[in-house]
Design a protein around this ligand. Structure first.
Ligand code: AMP
Ligand code: ZN
Length: 136
């Protein structure tokens, strides 16, 4: 049992709505979405933050972020997609396993980070399946 929730997800001991996986990276729905389609991209190798992550994992997260952003755009047609990545509690980081947020944005919408409102499982899976289907 790891103390890291994202390592628990990677080990299959905690659930997630999976969007994409390869040998280096996993993409899945954020369980507390700040916008419809809010997706996380994480390296499989545990690293706390940008200061710790290895170069191959970082390149993998970057490559997959682009792939999933294209999928999100095709599947959900947002006005924009924001990529956000926080390092350290002072920067707002709450899960200390490196991750990039992909947040679909609507023109003129405001954003409240960390609202702590859980997404409904059916809604999260619906977004995940639409994005999965849109991936090349
Ligand atoms: P950050 O504040 O950048 O560290 O973001 C952590 C993100 O992880 C938040 O947006 C949380 O909603 C999300 N999160 C926390 N636990 C889980 C989980 N078990 N499954 C999916 N997302 C999670
Ligand atoms: Zn971890």
């Amino acid at each position: 049992m790891s103390e890291c929730i994202f390592c628990e997800i990677l080990a299959g001991r905690a659930p997630c709505h999976r969007v994409y996986e390869d040998d280096l990276v996993l993409g899945f729905m954020d369980a507390f979405p700040v916008a419809p389609g809010h997706t996380l991209v994480i390296p499989k190798q545990h690293a706390e933050n940008l200061f710790e992550i290895d170069a191959d994992s970082l390149a993998g997260v970057s490559r997959v972020s682009r792939k999933l952003a294209l999928g999100i755009r095709k599947a959900l047609d947002p006005d924009g997609v924001m990529v956000m990545q926080l390092n350290g509690a002072a920067a707002g980081q709450t899960v200390f396993h490196y991750h990039a947020h992909l947040i679909p944005r609507a023109q003129g919408s405001t954003l409240s980070l960390h609202p702590r409102i859980p997404g409904h499982a059916e809604e999260l899976e619906n977004w995940a399946s639409k994005i999965r289907f849109a991936l090349d």
